[in-house]
Each structure stands twice: as structure tokens, then as C-alpha cells.
Design a binder for this molecule. Structure first.
Ligand code: MN
Length: 198
């Protein structure tokens, strides 16, 4: 994969920070001991979910149209998007219409993750094979992200729930469509944010 020239340059280029409430493109380490992840539900022109993993001071990101699978038989497309700042993991709100990604963003799930491979996360990312264990508020389990796309399809990855969880780590979990952070629905988030603006 072609490395990004400057971290967050693409993130910055796509946004007008005087018009969007999204976090500014700052590079920093999170304050937690374990690296963090977030899954955001995003009602942009097409509803999708965004998975972001903290790696090296930024959050490499994938748009997952159908959301995170909970069945190992269900492999889902994950399209790599631009790296996001760490601060994005706590962003829930509404991006104004007409701005990049305009629409409501919910923190669908968040937490920390553990690298299950014997290589660094940066190497796993560069080589297109990531295996992590998510300790989220909803999702608790082992997942793989596999880079499958070549040429003009190079942003294509697959996300799948791994069949074999690490020893003693198998957990049952349930998902729902409310914010893992605030308990709000998409409707409540967009309504409350609109009220705040006017
Ligand atoms: Mn998105």
C-alpha cells in the first residue's frame, strides 16, 4: 500500500474546520495503556460504519458498509479511508450538510484492542493482515482484517470474525443500534445537535 505522505494530510485536505465540528488533525498518543478502537455509525449519503484502530499516533480507518460481522461465516467488505486523528474516537455529532461526510455520526462501539499477531501493528497494517481482539462495550472478540484489493481496487479489505478465539477468551456478546457512549439513537443525536446549533 502506498504510504501517506504526511500523517493526516488527507484528513485535513477534505475538511473545513470552521464548518465542521469534527476534531482538528492533531497527531498524538492516546492516554490509555492499551491502544484504542472505535466503530462509528455514519449516516452520510450512504449509511455505513467506520472502524478506526489507533496505530502510531493516528487512526487508520475503514468504511464497512454492512457493519461489523458477528458470525465467522460472514466476511464483509471494508474500504480503507484516510487516517483519522485519535480525537476522532470521541466524536459523536452531526457533520453539516454540504461538508465532507455530511450526516450524523454515532459512537456505535469503542474500547481497547490487543494485537494477536507477533508483528507490530504498523507491520501488520503495511502487510495487509491484521488480527486483533476487541474489548469493546459491545464487541468482544477476535477479528481479522485482510487486504484483498490490487491496482485500482487497492482500498479493498475484508473484515471477518475469527473462528478461533484466543485460549479462554471466548465471550458472548450482543449488539444494538444505540450509542455505546451516550445511549442515544441516530435520531436523538441529529435532533439534539441541530437544537444546539440554532
Ligand atoms: Mn464515514
Amino acid at each position: 500500500m502506498a504510504p501517506q505522505k504526511a500523517p493526516l494530510a488527507e484528513y485535513k485536505k477534505k475538511r473545513h474546520f470552521e464548518k465542521t465540528p469534527e476534531p482538528k488533525p492533531k497527531i498524538k498518543k492516546s492516554t490509555t495503556k492499551k491502544p484504542t478502537f472505535v466503530i462509528q455509525k455514519h449516516a452520510a449519503s450512504h449509511l455505513h460504519y467506520d472502524l478506526r484502530l489507533e496505530i502510531g499516533g493516528v487512526m487508520p480507518s475503514w468504511a464497512v458498509p454492512k457493519g461489523i460481522p458477528t458470525d465467522p461465516a460472514d466476511r464483509r467488505l471494508a474500504m480503507m479511508t484516510e487516517d483519522h486523528p485519535i480525537d476522532y474516537a470521541s466524536f459523536e455529532g452531526t457533520i453539516p450538510k454540504g461538508q465532507y461526510g455530511g450526516g450524523t455520526v454515532m459512537i456505535w462501539d469503542y474500547g481497547t484492542y490487543e494485537n494477536l499477531r507477533n508483528v507490530s501493528m504498523q507491520d501488520a497494517l503495511n502487510h495487509g493482515k491484521i488480527e486483533v481482539f476487541f474489548e469493546g462495550k459491545k464487541i468482544k472478540g477476535a477479528y481479522a482484517l485482510i487486504h484483498t484489493g490490487k491496482g485500482d481496487q487497492e482500498k479493498r479489505w475484508l473484515i471477518l470474525k475469527m473462528k478461533h478465539e484466543p485460549e479462554g477468551r471466548k465471550k458472548q456478546f450482543k449488539v444494538n443500534e444505540k450509542s455505546a457512549k451516550t445511549g442515544r439513537t441516530m435520531k436523538q443525536i441529529s435532533f439534539e445537535e441541530d437544537e444546539g446549533d440554532e
